[in-house]
Write a protein that binds this ligand. Structure first.
Ligand SMILES: [Zn+2]
Length: 56
């Protein structure tokens, strides 16, 4: 199985396994990868809850 090997914050190549059909791991595919979208949705859901709480 190929490794992502994108540069991480520490300067070392990423050791995560790539997602099948791509050349990057879920984290390094960018904001529009399934992983990125899922995280954004979670964040938005949290913010929505917060707004509702603020209202009342
Ligand atoms: Zn990676």
């Amino acid at each position: 199985m190929a490794k992502c090997s994108a540069k991480t914050k520490t300067g070392r190549p990423c050791q995560r396994k790539v997602v099948t059909g791509t050349s990057r791991c879920p984290i390094h595919q960018g904001p529009w990868s399934a992983y990125g979208v899922a995280q954004r949705k979670e964040k938005e859901a949290k913010e929505k809850k917060r707004k509702i709480r603020k209202k009342r």
